[in-house]
Design a protein around this ligand. Sequence first.
Ligand code: SF4
Length: 218
Amino acid sequence: MKKSRPGRPVPEILARLDKKYPKVRCALYHRNAWELLIATILSAQCTDVRVNLVTPELFAHFPTPAAMAKASLPELEALVRTTGFFRNKAKNIRGASLKLVEEFSSKVPAELDQLLTLPGVARKTANVVLGSWYGISVGVVVDTHVARISHRLGLTRATAPPKIEQDLMKILPPDHWIDFSHQIIHFGRETCIARKPRCATCPLETLCSSPDKTWSSH
Ligand code: SF4
């Protein structure tokens, strides 16, 4: 069995993240659970910044699940084109909206199993909606930032997101599952960026022994 890298000072990592990002929020623009669901589906393989450029116009055209369920696919495709994989995404957001109308009285369910029945919704999207809108912790959102930084901090050795999520759920207290992901996503954009992490100004530097470091105090 592989050994973990030494030092997984989880409470100290969490304390420093809480200090740096005390009032962290989901970075995706949304005003209700349905908008968050749609924005999260669109965020696959795309930046939140790009999604936030697209969704105000999308929701102005189609302000409810019922309106989006009746949209034409070419119209939706044109509106979400710049988020990438737009044909699939257009199909999924229309399909998810239709299913909400037909089976959930146009309300986004607050249960993982039900959310997972919606087109385009896998565990990550369900976790975002449950955590950020309903405040229900059923897991940890693992996106590219969370995966990369969990590695750098020695919190996991796994590469597959479901396995990374399991590892994080074992070592993070449940009351941090939601905030941790949001904090790490901000941290990954500002400091622990993929190509050249800004280690010299990183608040976690003394806790990090990543081989990717660009500067080290120890
Ligand atoms: S020290 Fe560098 S690699 Fe480690 S968490 Fe900070 S920015 Fe990332």
